[in-house]
Design a protein around this ligand. Structure first.
Ligand SMILES: [Zn+2]
Ligand SMILES: [Zn+2]
Length: 298
């Protein structure tokens, strides 16, 4: 599969040598961000190393079976027994909430997500079926096997505040970035232009098992097989490109930083319909109702 916007390895936001030395199984993106890759997905730890109990926040909650890896990385980074103050979610797809119920109970923390994502987090609604016909890769073809049924964390679930703030994360704001899911959000810190993207765009061709294994960096539209509103997805990428982030941490693929990433993100926003939207598929508007159409833009 052709890459969408290939990026040179110089644009990596992490520092492999420093990570090897620190050896806590996370990749650090200074000053206070780190992530751990769990098979196919990333979770993000926000907080300074050594922040201690209730001194940090977890963004997203991994694939099923990843509880041990998340807890181990958290304790290595923040201290033995260190629990977060909250778990915040970009969205509720299975690979972002795999061990959510477990962790939230064990840590006794609130779970924050956009109000439109709540039906998928309180047990009341399943996500639409994945579309295995888009993207052309193995990950897309096996997507009908991915769970779509909702988790239920209703006892701990809270809505992100309407004023755009993020509880327990001073200095951060949530940005509504629907398209991949209705209630998808990204998290933005203006002070150092850091962006936690979720799946609004990603930095690997998530449809392809080969690209997922090699993690060759590129700026790529949202994972195709689970994206249900391509017009909203395009507007969301444009909203994020307009922020001109210095560093981006996505749900899939390596974090990237710097001007080459920004150029690729602008190009993705510009050419989204041609590059990121599959030619046809269950959720792709048919010819005549082109996703470029009469939309006035964001
Ligand atoms: Zn997703
Ligand atoms: Zn995902």
């Amino acid at each position: 599969m052709a890459q969408q916007f290939p990026i040179s390895p110089d644009s990596r936001a992490d520092d492999p040598e420093a990570d090897r030395e620190r050896d806590d199984r996370t990749h650090e993106i200074p000053p206070d961000l780190a992530y751990r890759r769990l098979a196919i997905v990333n979770v993000v730890f926000v907080g300074a190393a050594g922040a201690g109990d209730r001194g940090w926040v977890l963004v997203d909650a991994g694939v099923p079976g990843s509880r041990g890896a998340i807890v181990q990385a958290a304790e290595a980074r923040f201290g033995a027994g260190a629990r977060p103050e909250a778990i915040v979610l970009t969205h509720g797809h299975f690979d972002h909430v795999g061990v959510l119920a477990d962790l939230a109970a064990a840590w006794d923390v609130p779970v924050y997500a956009h109000r439109l994502e709540h039906p998928y987090l309180d047990g009341s609604r399943s996500y639409p079926a994945p579309d295995p016909s888009v993207g052309g890769g193995l990950m897309a073809r096996i997507s009908p096997l991915y769970p779509t049924s909702p988790v239920d964390v209703s006892d701990r679930l809270r809505a992100l505040p309407e004023d755009g703030s993020v509880p327990s994360l001073p200095g951060w704001r949530w940005v509504h970035t629907p398209g991949h899911t209705e209630g998808h959000v990204s998290f933005w810190r203006e002070a150092d232009a850091s962006l936690i993207v979720g799946d609004a765009f990603v930095t690997t061709a998530q449809e392809s098992a080969y690209a997922v294994a090699t993690q060759a960096p590129e700026v790529h539209g949202p994972p195709m097989y689970l994206t249900t509103d391509w017009t909203a997805a395009r507007d969301s990428v444009r909203r994020l490109a307009d922020l001109a982030p210095e560093r981006v941490i996505t749900g899939h693929g390596r974090p990237l930083a710097g001007p080459e990433m920004r150029r690729a993100l602008s190009a993705l926003a510009q050419d989204f319909d041609a590059v990121a939207v599959p030619r046809q598929g269950r959720y792709v508007p048919t010819a005549g109702a082109s996703p470029g159409g009469a939309d006035p833009g964001p």
